[in-house]
Write a protein that binds this ligand. Sequence first.
Ligand SMILES: CC(C)(COP(=O)(O)OP(=O)(O)OC[C@H]1O[C@@H](n2cnc3c(N)ncnc32)[C@H](O)[C@@H]1OP(=O)(O)O)[C@@H](O)C(=O)NCCC(=O)NCCS
Length: 189
Amino acid sequence: MTLRPLTHADTRRLAEFLGALSPESRRFSTFGGYDLATARELCDAIARYDKLRLVLEDVPSGRVVGLLEFSLALTPADIARYQDAGLRLTETTDCRFGPTLADDYQGRGIGTLAFPLVTEVARLLGRPRIILWGGVRADNPRAIRYYEKNGFRPVGFFTEPDGSLSLDMMLDLRPAPGRTGLSTRRGHP
Ligand SMILES: CC(C)(COP(=O)(O)OP(=O)(O)OC[C@H]1O[C@@H](n2cnc3c(N)ncnc32)[C@H](O)[C@@H]1OP(=O)(O)O)[C@@H](O)C(=O)NCCC(=O)NCCS
């Protein structure tokens, strides 16, 4: 599999990926639609807005089996929720992240396999903290476990417009206070 930026040439394959998502995946990862028009919108947004979208492509079939989305913008609602939890979000430190894998690729460790590249992208974007784009639904235990095992910590719960519960989570890639981040592997004391 390869992880690479979404391109305009992906429109049809992205539409197939969206169209094949199960009702459950659509509830957990909400897109504006799941058809060619939505795929076109996502591709039209390439390099135009504050979003970066990466696709996981199965080689050699060329099938799109995952969409990993980053947003460099924060919403007033995000800022207010995190502030309530004592965390100040800023567009110089934080980015939003949302992953979606094809149903037959979920629960096989693939999201975790790709995760070091996710953190690398956040670092390259100059955003050392990653929050969940839209949070994670409380009734999505696989995603919650996925985030936890990749270092995210829960920040707080909030209520969705439909009355259901979601969870905010954050990953801070900066070295913990008191640690220098210097490696001693080369024999330095
Ligand atoms: C969320 C998602 C990106 C995670 O990627 P993934 O490749 O499936 O995740 P992984 O297989 O690396 O890890 C999943 C973990 O959850 C565990 N898990 C699976 N089902 C679970 C369940 N019902 N309850 C608790 N844990 C569960 C797995 O055992 C694994 O943990 P482990 O390695 O400790 O055993 C992917 O499942 C997905 O796209 N889901 C649908 C869309 C979605 O929910 N997106 C997130 C929106 S916030």
